[in-house]
Design a protein around this ligand. Structure first.
Ligand code: ZN
Length: 99
């Protein structure tokens, strides 16, 4: 059965990107993973629509720009949802969300 994004440890690029100085468009963060070690992850900035900037992770495996990286149980590195083939519990919720 497919693992779900709700069931794995995850980190958000908006939070992680705050440690990089505002004027720098690229940077790296180091994540300490208990029992495993340090993983270095690249952060990329893009301009936000209404000013400011957005921070993204560059997935360490496929280099795709993503907002969230995941660490499933028994794995040793943060990677994107596609690299771990993670699914959403109720994917249709995205299309039928109340406004
Ligand atoms: Zn990836």
């Amino acid at each position: 059965m497919k693992k779900l994004v709700e069931d794995v440890y995850k980190i958000n690029s908006r939070e992680a990107g705050k440690v990089i100085p505002k004027h720098e468009s690229e940077g790296f963060i180091e994540l300490g993973i208990e029992g495993i070690g340090i993983q270095t992850i690249k952060i990329i900035s893009t301009n936000a629509q209404f000013g400011g900037y957005l921070r993204w992770f560059s997935c360490p495996h496929c280099n795709t720009m993503v907002g969230t990286l995941y660490l499933p149980y028994s794995q040793t590195a943060f990677l994107c949802r596609h690299c771990y083939d993670l699914g959403y519990r109720q994917q249709f919720n995205r299309f039928f969300r109340k406004t």
